[in-house]
Structures are given as C-alpha cells and as structure tokens.
Design a protein around this ligand. Structure first.
Ligand code: FE2
Length: 135
C-alpha cells in the first residue's frame, strides 16, 4: 500500500505545481516501498538523491513565481523550504555515513511535512497564481 495517496484535497489549483507535487509523492512512495523491500543502501541512496534533487527544483519553481508575482508571504514560505532542505540533507549525510537508517519515523516525517506544507502553506498562493493567469 502506498504511503501517500494524492487526492483533490492536495490540489493547489495550479496544474504545473500539482504535477510536481504528484511526482514528489511518487518519489516518497518509492522510497517507502524500497525500504519495506529492504533494498540495498545504494538503491535507497539513489532514490534519496533523486528526491533531494527534485525537491530543490520544485521549491525553485515556486520561489521563482513568488518573485515574479511579488507574493507577500514569500519570505516565511521560503523559510519553510530551507528548513526542510536542511533537515533532509542532514538525514542524508547521517544515512550515507551509516549513522542512521531509513525508518518509518523518517518516512512519516517526509509524509507529514509534505501534506502539512501543501495544505497549510502552498494552498495560500493558489488564488494569487490563478489571478496572474497560472491555472
Ligand atoms: Fe512550498
């Protein structure tokens, strides 16, 4: 069973962003699946790398629109992104150096952070983006 299932309650009403969120969810789900299947550290590391790269690119997409549309809440929103990136890269380092294993606790952290961020923070920019023609 997949860890996160995308449904309309996660839509920010901007197609490009929804597609990116779906891809993020797919990556978190494949990491979860790989963990359950006890894949090798290398295989898990590959997915974590992909997840980190994709997350960075996705945050950049949002932040580029924030600047373009002069979004009032961009600073606090960007701080949430930075906090998440820092946390995941710290985890990645601990994982690579063997200090920490992938666990359900970490998977739930990724899941809960993403859902809370999309529903509580990303959704707030939807109306502005729509008003600037981004649907
Ligand atoms: Fe965001």
């Amino acid at each position: 069973m997949e860890l996160i299932t995308w449904d309309d309650s996660l839509s920010v009403k901007v197609k490009e962003i929804d597609e990116q969120h779906k891809k993020l969810i797919r990556l978190i789900n494949s990491l979860h699946e790989a963990m359950i299947q006890r894949k090798t550290k290398e295989a898990l590391g590959t997915i974590i790398n992909e997840l980190m790269d994709y997350t960075t690119g996705h945050f950049l997409t949002e932040e580029t629109y924030f600047e373009k549309f002069e979004y009032g809440e961009r600073d606090s929103h960007k701080r949430e992104h930075t906090g998440f990136v820092n946390k995941v890269s710290a985890f990645h380092t601990d994982f690579q150096t063997g200090k920490m294993f992938l666990s359900m606790e970490i998977m739930n952290f990724l899941k809960d952070w993403l859902i809370k961020h999309i529903k509580g923070t990303d959704k707030k920019y939807g109306p502005l983006f729509n008003s600037r023609g981004l649907m």
